[in-house]
Design a protein. Sequence first.
Length: 200
Amino acid sequence: MSALSELYEEIALCQKCEIAKFRTNVVPGEGPEDADILFIGEAPGWHEDQQGRPFVGPAGQYLDELLASINLKREQVYIANVIKCQPTGNRDPLPVEILNCRNWLEKQIELICPKMIVTLGRYSMAMFFPGKSISKIHGTAQKRDDVIYYAMYHPAAALHQQSLRQVIESDMLKIPSLLTQVETITEVGEQPQQLKMFEV
Ligand code: URA
């Protein structure tokens, strides 16, 4: 059994949050263990809860289209969420839920060792770009410990707000060149708050 599959079994047993009682399925994430790119969304919605898979509803279909625009299929990337259970009533994740689930995401990152982590939306961005605002940093990246962190709007936001479509689509198009330039991008300081952002 792969290390990721073992992790999925552990995640499925997690009952730290109240919402674990109400889930149909836990949604740990999916993709190759050696994926170069890890996309991190917010939380499973109804469709994801039903299927136990991330981004399989309307936002997921749009994410598939965005991936296709850079010649990637979802099977080639890893897709996860900040929290692994659907929040009741589709509300935003609570701070305590994010905290309880953080360890699972950290273990996923450790096992996958992606070259690039793409945050989708505010909750995911807040974990890697603390104190930043999505409207300011979307489409910008930081390199830390050989990993590129790149912030994007959430695909669902672009579905609801037509004006964000072009923004998210052009941010997606920057990913391939960032990946090919990974060796040439200079690392920035160690404190996330003091990190210099670079525009791409
Ligand atoms: N929105 C998310 O943030 N994650 C999903 O898996 C689906 C929708």
